[in-house]
Design a protein around this ligand. Structure first.
Ligand SMILES: [Fe+2]
Length: 501
């Protein structure tokens, strides 16, 4: 979410202006009643302060390769309820980082709530205090800066010896990868406190990290060296201010940033529900292509209006850049889908969320887009191909395999998309599973895109447990070669990353 308009709007609301009547938290009891008959919704209940710390050895099935060693971190909104009140929006929950440690013999899980300033204050108060993206909190103090509402709930990445828990609009929160203790907000340099560091940085094969942050009509570009120290920060202008800028891609020379035309609708009356989101009529999807070395050297492309959360990958071409992304015809999931899920009353996604691949001609200002049918999300690429030409994308997917769960706008499978042939290979976890993001993990000593595993979690409703799955990328359709079953269900998460070692 854009900081400045959001902060200004929230500050105005806190002062009593344009109060959206009725947009109060929902009741925890209402969720329990609605979700009682749907075992797939268990992970949307969330954790409490008491259950937000989890530790267990997983029960192993299949053959875990001895050479697969490292830490897989995931993050997602996890704490939704205090004092009987429940957030309206899935994205509102306080972040909880999950760590799966693979030592060649065991899989150990550790989960911790990210100890943000917001979480600490609300733990002391015993109730929600701060405004959120989707829920009006009565009596909340004015928002003084991005980190006062930072939930650190979107992504987790080890880089430069730190584990970063990231949210879209504020500081990255550093955690200790050895025990998941929270160290606190990262300030990359003098005078850079609380500048937004978005949740989707990209790390190239050279270990350099690139990220953006947006604040009002300003765009911040971060360049962090492999050792975790700031190399450079650039500040530029945004061609569409006050929107939602969630993800970005890198190439060898460029940064590529989709700017969907979505805004918070603070002025719209709300009847007993959450805040609302919508695409701005008449505004296009913009894609901003900038040179890494000088972000003032840029070109803005305008495409048919579309909601974009996630990019797959990008690379330089002879004419400009190529970018893959997942586009939706409207902001339905942000506005309704994520709200209905958290209320325990899921509704079917009315739109088609598809993979797109666009070729952007920087000299002529033209773009050609191919749309690839299929309900997908969470695209990932082989880590050695980030910013390079890549043949395969791993994606979470849903398809009309299970009529009984057709109303649940969540994924049940994983697939590999071949960008050269358009061929899709996929595996279905089944009617009683929710599939989360899967990442591509290279087999040690290899470089081929399919000399790799796919590593990702599912919620198994039959077991009422979270399961870590390992699939062989070359034989994806055979399903997991190994699984690690936890003795509990974790909240659904968004994104994560594997760190070998
Ligand atoms: Fe995301």
């Amino acid at each position: 979410m854009q900081r400045r308009p959001l902060l200004q709007a929230l500050a105005g609301l806190a002062a009593g202006a344009a109060l959206p009547a009725g947009a109060r938290p929902a009741s925890a009891e209402a969720f329990d009643a609605a979700a009682a008959s749907q075992p797939l919704l268990t992970p949307l209940k969330g954790v409490s302060d008491a259950t937000g710390d989890r530790d267990a050895q997983a029960l192993l099935r299949g053959r875990w390769p001895a050479e697969l060693r490292g830490r897989f971190h995931r993050n997602g909104p996890a704490l939704f309820e205090r004092a009987g009140e429940r957030y309206h929006h899935w994205f509102d929950g306080d972040g909880m980082v999950q760590q799966y440690t693979l030592d060649g013999t065991h899989v150990r899980h550790r989960g911790r709530l990210v100890r943000t300033a917001k979480l600490a204050a609300e733990q002391r108060a015993g109730r929600f205090q701060m405004q959120t993206l989707g829920t009006w909190i009565e009596g909340a103090p004015p928002v003084t800066g991005p980190d006062s509402m930072n939930t650190a709930n979107t992504n987790a990445l080890e880089h430069g010896g730190r584990l970063l828990a990231m949210w879209e609009g504020g500081s990255a929160i550093a955690m200790d990868p050895t025990d998941l203790s929270t160290r606190g907000p990262v300030t990359w340099g003098a005078g850079l406190q609380q500048l937004p560091f978005s949740a989707h940085p990209k790390v190239g094969p050279d270990g350099h990290l690139w990220n953006i942050g947006t604040q009002g009509d300003k765009l911040i570009v971060w360049h962090i060296g492999p050792d975790g120290h700031l190399l450079r920060v650039q500040v530029g202008g945004l061609p569409f201010a006050g929107g939602m800028v969630h993800d970005m891609a890198i190439t060898e020379r460029h940064l590529v940033v989709p700017l969907p035309p979505v805004r918070l609708n603070f002025g719209r009356p709300v009847d007993g529900g959450p805040r609302r989101f919508a695409l701005v009529p008449g505004e296009p999807l913009r894609v901003l292509v900038m040179e890494k070395a000088d972000i003032t050297k840029r070109r803005v492309f305008e495409l048919p209006a579309e909601m974009v959360f996630h990019v797959g990958n990008a690379h330089d071409t002879t004419e400009g850049v190529a970018l893959s992304w997942v586009g939706a015809p409207d902001a339905w999931f942000l506005d309704r889908g994520a709200v209905d899920l958290l209320a325990g009353r899921p509704t079917a996604d009315p739109g088609a969320v598809h993979l797109r691949i666009g070729r952007f001609d920087l000299a002529r200002g033209r773009v050609q887009v191919d749309a690839h049918a299929g309900e997908v999300e969470f695209p990932r690429v082989h880590p050695a191909r980030v910013g390079q030409r890549a043949r395969f994308l791993a994606l979470g997917a849903a398809w009309p395999a299970h009529a009984a769960r057709s109303k649940l706008p969540l994924l049940h499978g994983v697939q590999l998309f071949d960008t050269e042939t358009g061929r899709v290979r996929r595996f279905d976890y089944g009617e009683q599973a929710i599939a989360e993001e899967h990442v591509i993990v290279p087999k040690p000593g290899t470089s081929g895109e399919l000399d790799a595993w796919l590593l990702g979690t599912t919620f198994d409703a039959r077991r009422q447990a979270t399961v870590l799955n390992l699939l062989d990328a070359a034989h994806l359709e055979d399903g997991p070669v190994a699984q690690a079953v936890l003795p509990y269900a974790l909240p659904l998460g968004f994104h994560g990353n594997f760190q070998a070692g």
